[in-house]
Ligand binder design. Structure first.
Ligand code: SF4
Ligand code: SF4
Ligand code: SF4
Ligand code: FES
Length: 645
C-alpha cells in the first residue's frame, strides 16, 4: 500500500493507483473530461491537472501513479488557472453554442465542468470553422462541432466492444474523429452497440431516437434486465411521463459491466407494434372488446370442457420465472394438459445444462481465456455481448476459432474458421477430440477420417488441436446451432482437452435456462389438441408457430402486442411487456437477476402471472409462483448465482 497526502488529507491506496482514483477515495473531486472509470487512463484533456510537491510542472492526475509520501494539491490558484485555460481552449476550438445542443443544461460534462468552475464565458474568439455532421448512421449522429477529441468513444469502441471502428486522423488542430478509414459512419464496420454515445461527455455522438427527448435529470431511471437474450445484461431504462426515452448499459451490472448491444439499447425503442388494449373475445366471427371476467370465463369454460381431450399450452421463455412457474403449475400439474412446453427453439443447450450433467462455467472464464472456440453460434448477431468479451481480448495473445456449418459473420475475427458440412458438426468435434488424444505426428490417424466425414481437412483439425494443446485455458462457447450429437461430441472434446477447458452455452431467450429446468424445452407439437393456450407476453410469434396453430378449434393468447397470432385467436388477454413487468430472470450462467418495472401499464393490462393465476382461480386449480421450489424440484447440475436485488 502507498500513503500520500491530497489537500492535507492522508489516503492509503494500493500501488499503481492513479492520483485521481486516490483523490476519489479521499472524497476529493477533481474535474475530468477524457477520463472514464471503465476505460484505461489516457491523459488527453489536461482538465484534471494537480500540483505535486517536488515536481516542476502540473501533472494530469488521471495518469499519474501515486508514490509513497507524495503531497498533492488539487485546487491551488495555479491549478485553477490552468484548468480554466484548458477549458477556454476547448470551448473556443469548435462550436459550443450550448443552447442548441441536446445535452445542454445538465447532461454535458464540458458545460458542467465549466459551470462548476464559475465560468460563464470564455475570452478567446472561436475559430468559427464549420465542421460536418455525419447523420449517415441509422442509430447515431456524430456532430463534429461538439467533439472535444477526448477519445473516450475511440477507446470504448476498442477496449470495451473490441470493434475498433472509431479513430482519430491527423494531428493537432486538424485532428478529426473518423470511422474506419474515414468512411461515412453509417457505412462503417460499426455494429450499433451505442457504447460510444454512452461515454461521450458532450453532445458530439447522439442517439438519433432519444436526442432532445429529455435530459437525464428530467427522466426517471430504472435498473432492470435486458430480456432480448440469455446473457441477461443489466440496463438502465430512462423514462419520462411513462414513456421510454433511452436505454443505457448499467455500469454496475456484474454480467455486462456497462456494455450492451443494439438489441438491448435501440431495438426496444424502435418497437412500433400496436398494443393489445383490452381483453377480446371472438363473437360472430370477429374479435370484440370484452371484460377480463368475460374473457377468462370463456377460456376457463373451454379448458374445463376439453380437459383430458387435448389441451396444448405454450409459454414464452422471455417471461419471468414466476409466470413460467404459474404456467407449468396450472397446465401441467393442475390440468394435466397433453402438451406443455415453451418456445425455446430446439432447447438443446438448456436441456443439456438442466439434465445431462454438463458442467458449465460462468462468464468470468471469457475474461481470461487464451483460446476461445465458438461452435454453432454467430456472436456477431446473437448474444453479442459475449462477442464483445471475446473481441476485446483478440489484440492480446487470445486466439479465436469459429466452427459453424452456416454463414457466420463472427468468423471475420477468427484466427481459424472451420465450416463443416451442414449437420456434420459432430464429426468435426469428434475429429478434434481424436486429434487432441492422438497428437499430430504427420501420419493420418482416426481424426483424419472423421475430419473428412465432416467435410474438413486433417490439417484444419490438427491446427485447432495444436492451438488448444498450447493454450493455457480454452473456452468453448456453443449455441443452439449445434444439434444433440454435436453437443455430445463437444463434451468428448472437453473431456479430452482436460481441466483447462471450459464450457459456456448460449441458451436462447432470457429465461431459457429456467424453461429447461422446468422441463419446458421439448419442441411444440399441438397436433390432436383442439384447445391451445399461448402465454406469449411480448414475444413475436414465428411463422412456424402461426402455421402450426392455423385451424386450431380454440385458441387463447395472452399477449402484449397485436400480431398475426392474436388475430387468429378466439380470446386475447392484454398482458404486460418487458419494461412493465417485475420478476426473476436466470441468465445463461445461472445468475439470478430481478427485473424491475420501468413503465406503468394501462388499466386493462395485467401481468402474465396474474392472468394465469386468475384462470387457475376460476378453474379451482391451485397455482404456485414459487420458482425457487420449482427449480429445486428438478435436481440439476445448474448452480444458481447471487440473490435477486
Ligand atoms: S456504436 Fe459501438 S461499434 Fe459502433 S462506433 Fe460506437 S462503440 Fe463502436
Ligand atoms: S465524439 Fe465525444 S467521446 Fe468521441 S472524441 Fe468527440 S467528444 Fe470525445
Ligand atoms: S447481449 Fe443479450 S441481454 Fe445483453 S444487451 Fe444484447 S440482447 Fe440484451
Ligand atoms: S481527465 Fe485527465 S487528462 Fe483528461
Amino acid at each position: 500500500m502507498v500513503t500520500l497526502t491530497i489537500d492535507g488529507r492522508t489516503v492509503e491506496v494500493p500501488e499503481g493507483t492513479t492520483v485521481l482514483r486516490a483523490a476519489e477515495k479521499a472524497g476529493i473531486k477533481i474535474p475530468t473530461l477524457c477520463d472514464h472509470p471503465h476505460l484505461q487512463p489516457f491523459g488527453g484533456c489536461r482538465v484534471c491537472v494537480v500540483e505535486v510537491e517536488g515536481l516542476r510542472t502540473l501533472q494530469p492526475s488521471c495518469t499519474l501513479p501515486v508514490s509513497q509520501n507524495m503531497v498533492v494539491r488539487t485546487n491551488t490558484p495555479k491549478v485553477l488557472a490552468a484548468r480554466k485555460f484548458v477549458l477556454t481552449l476547448i470551448f473556443s476550438d469548435r462550436n459550443h453554442f450550448c443552447p442548441y445542443c441536446q445535452v445542454s443544461g445538465g447532461d454535458c460534462e464540458l458545460q458542467n465542468t465549466a459551470l462548476d468552475m464559475g465560468m460563464t464565458h470564455w475570452d478567446y474568439q472561436p475559430a468559427w470553422k464549420p465542421y460536418p455532421v455525419d447523420a449517415s448512421h441509422p442509430n447515431l449522429v456524430i456532430d463534429h462541432n461538439r467533439c472535444i477529441l477526448c477519445r473516450r468513444c475511440v477507446r470504448a469502441c476498442g477496449e470495451l466492444v473490441g470493434n475498433y471502428t472509431l479513430g482519430i486522423e491527423e494531428r493537432g488542430a486538424n485532428s478529426m474523429l473518423i470511422a474506419d478509414t474515414g468512411v461515412p459512419f453509417g457505412e462503417s464496420t460499426c455494429i450499433s452497440c451505442g457504447t460510444c454515445s454512452q461515454v461521450c461527455p458532450t453532445g458530439a455522438i447522439i442517439d438519433r431516437r432519444s436526442a432532445y427527448q429529455g435530459l437525464e435529470k428530467k427522466t426517471e431511471s430504472t435498473r432492470t434486465v435486458c430480456v432480448q437474450c440469455s446473457v441477461g445484461c443489466g440496463v438502465e431504462v430512462l423514462t419520462r411521463d411513462n414513456r421510454m426515452v433511452r436505454i443505457l448499459g448499467d455500469w454496475d451490472a456484474t454480467v455486462n459491466g456497462g456494455v450492451i448491444c443494439k438489441l438491448g439499447r435501440f431495438d426496444p425503442l424502435d418497437d412500433t407494434r400496436e398494443r393489445v388494449k383490452t381483453p377480446m373475445v371472438r363473437k360472430d366471427g370477429k374479435l370484440q372488446p370484452a371484460s377480463w371476467d368475460e374473457a377468462l370465463e370463456v377460456i376457463a369454460k373451454t379448458l374445463k370442457a376439453h380437459q383430458g381431450k387435448g389441451i396444448a399450452a405454450l409459454v414464452s421463455p422471455r417471461l419471468p420465472a414466476e409466470a413460467m412457474t404459474a404456467f407449468k403449475s396450472l397446465f401441467k400439474e393442475g390440468l394435466h394438459a397433453e402438451m406443455v412446453t415453451s418456445m425455446n427453439g430446439s432447447g438443446m443447450a438448456s436441456r443439456l445444462a438442466a439434465e445431462a450433467g454438463v458442467h458449465e462455467n460462468t462468464l468470468d472464464v471469457l475474461h481470461c481465456a487464451d483460446c476461445v472456440v465458438t461452435v454453432g453460434l454467430d456472436l456477431y448477431s446473437d448474444h453479442q455481448v459475449l462477442g464483445f468479451f471475446i473481441k476485446r481480448r483478440l489484440n492480446t495473445s487470445t486466439a479465436l476459432v469459429v466452427m459453424d456449418s452456416r454463414e457466420n459473420r463472427f468468423a471475420e475475427y477468427a484466427r481459424i474458421a472451420l465450416k463443416p458440412a451442414a449437420g456434420k458438426e459432430a464429426f468435426a468435434l469428434q475429429a478434434l477430440a481424436a486429434a487432441i488424444r492422438e497428437g499430430h505426428n504427420g501420419t493420418s490417424g482416426k481424426f483424419g477420417e472423421l475430419a473428412s466425414k465432416a467435410g474438413l481437412s486433417e490439417a484444419e483439425i490438427a491446427k485447432v488441436a495444436d492451438l488448444i494443446r498450447k493454450s493455457g485455458t480454452t473456452v468453448f462457447v456453443y449455441g443452439e446451432g449445434l444439434d444433440e450429437n454435436g453437443a455430445k461430441a463437444l463434451l468428448e472434446v472437453v473431456q479430452q482437452a482436460g481441466d483447462n477447458t471450459k464450457l459456456v452455452s448460449a441458451k436462447g431467450a432470457a429465461n431459457s435456462l429456467f424453461a429447461g429446468q422446468l422441463g419446458l424445452s421439448n419442441s411444440f407439437n399441438p397436433k390432436g389438441c383442439p384447445t391451445v393456450f399461448v402465454a406469449l407476453g411480448d414475444d413475436e410469434p414465428s411463422n412456424a408457430l402461426i402455421q402450426q396453430l392455423e385451424g386450431t378449434e380454440f385458441l387463447a393468447v395472452a399477449a402484449s402486442h397485436v400480431s398475426r397470432l392474436t388475430a387468429m385467436a378466439d380470446v386475447v388477454l392484454p398482458v404486460e411487456m418487458w419494461a412493465e413487468q417485475e420478476g426473476t430472470y436466470i441468465n445463461l450462467e445461472g445468475r439470478v437477476q430481478k427485473a424491475h418495472a420501468a413503465l406503468r401499464p394501462t388499466e386493462w393490462v395485467r401481468s402474465s402471472t396474474e392472468a394465469i393465476m386468475a384462470l387457475g382461480k376460476l378453474l379451482d386449480v391451485p397455482v404456485s409462483t414459487d420458482w425457487q421450489k420449482a427449480f429445486q424440484n428438478h435436481p440439476s447440475p445448474v448452480t444458481l448465482i447471487g440473490e435477486p436485488a
